[in-house]
Write a protein that binds this ligand. Structure first.
Ligand code: PMP
Length: 362
């Protein structure tokens, strides 16, 4: 090993010297897995508590070959499920990959920017920053709606991200308001992130894709379909947007085992299982929201598979959760400093949590 390499290794400076300068101050996304935690009840990542893998009957014939870039059975299954034409669908490694692909396809580093409305999902801003794309971080209104004068505020932003239902607030924006933004911004791509849409399907704007060339919808199998570990998501958009994104996508973005699992999850039986589990999660979530209110928390209307609760004494509830092995999500964002997000879970875990929150009536 040369002296130079030895020196760089010992000080860890080589990567710092070679890295793109904008990465030096970038704080990476604090995913649930990166943060870690200790406990028995994991309700910090809006995952499903159900494991449906046994239902899939997946057989890995053909695993010695590269998969199709866009596996036809998977695209066809998602088209049947979503009602969106096959040529308007791109499958990839989760909605996160779609966010990144859109930024890489449409934004010029050092010149263009994206806009989003906080508090919201952190990956829009982080993905943009990793490509030296600017972030116009706008705020939702006090009741978690889009501001009126969006056109004036976004300037020449290329992509506007709207998360609906919004993570982490759980609130929703009605279809008419989203359609208004799409028509107000004809030269901007309006990206509606519908990661949690199975929990409130009436709010989807996927049916407007035929009508508007500047609309993109993001979907995932990580939430209601209980496949967070598989990494599979979809971008829905006009064929011309899809064609441009396909110039940037990795050669084999959907591993064969993933497309088989995902296609099985999108079968009639898979969709029935998902629908039943969504009903059960929403019922458990409603009971949890009531219990949180009984405990004295302020809760926001929960339209996804999670509820955001605000506490007068955040350290007291954190102590209860920690000492009982419950891993929920807290935030660094000052707007959410007294809030905790609880993902909905199964009956047993919900009952356990509700018991903990019940006032002591000895
Ligand atoms: N969008 C939102 C709003 C999310 O909450 C998440 C995951 N937490 C994602 C996208 C990413 O989903 P995926 O697992 O499909 O990458």
């Amino acid at each position: 090993m040369s002296e130079n390499i030895r020196e760089s290794r010992s000080t860890g400076k080589l990567a710092q010297r070679l890295a793109r300068p904008e990465l030096l101050s970038l704080e990476p996304y604090q995913s649930a897995r990166r943060i870690g935690g200790q406990g028995d009840i994991w309700i910090n990542a809006n995952e499903s508590p159900f494991n449906n893998a046994a239902l899939s009957g997946v057989k890995l014939n053909g695993i010695n070959r590269y998969p199709e870039c866009q596996p036809p059975e998977l695209i066809s299954a998602y088209s049947d499920y979503s009602g969106v034409a096959k040529e308007c669908i791109i499958a990839g490694r989760g909605a996160d990959e779609a966010i990144e692909l859109l930024i890489r396809t449409f934004c010029t580093p050092g010149k263009d920017s994206i806009a989003c409305f906080g508090p919201t999902y952190g990956m829009y801003a982080i993905s943009a920053k990793t490509f030296n794309v600017g972030v116009n971080a706008l705020s939702l209104t006090g009741d978690y709606q889009l501001p009126q004068d969006i056109a004036a505020r976004i300037g020449n932003t290329k992509l506007v991200f709207i998360c609906n239902p919004n993570n982490p607030t759980g609130t929703v924006i009605d279809k008419a308001s989203i359609e208004r933004v799409i028509t107000q911004l004809p030269d901007t791509l309006v990206v509606v992130d519908e990661a949690y849409i199975e929990f409130c399907p009436d709010y989807s704007v996927a049916d407007l894709i035929d009508k508007y060339d500047n609309l993109v919808v993001l979907r995932t199998l990580s939430k209601a379909f209980a496949l967070a570990g598989a990494r599979c998501g979809f971008m829905l958009a006009s064929p011309s947007i899809c064609e441009m994104v396909m110039r940037v996508i990795a050669p084999y973005p959907v591993p064969l085992p993933v497309s088989l699992l995902a296609t099985s999850a999108l079968s009639e039986q898979g969709i029935n299982t998902m629908t039943e589990q969504v009903t059960s999660l929403k019922a458990c979530g409603a009971r949890l929201s009531n219990a949180l209110q009984g405990y004295g928390a302020k809760v926001l209307p929960a339209n996804g598979n999670f509820v955001l609760a605000q506490f007068d004494d955040i350290s007291a509830i954190q102590e209860i959760l920690l000492s009982n092995g419950i891993v929920a999500r807290a935030y660094g964002d000052p707007r959410l400093a007294t809030c905790i997000r609880f993902s909905f879970s199964n009956t047993d875990e919900t009952d356990f949590l509700i018991k903990l929150l019940a006032p002591v009536t000895a």
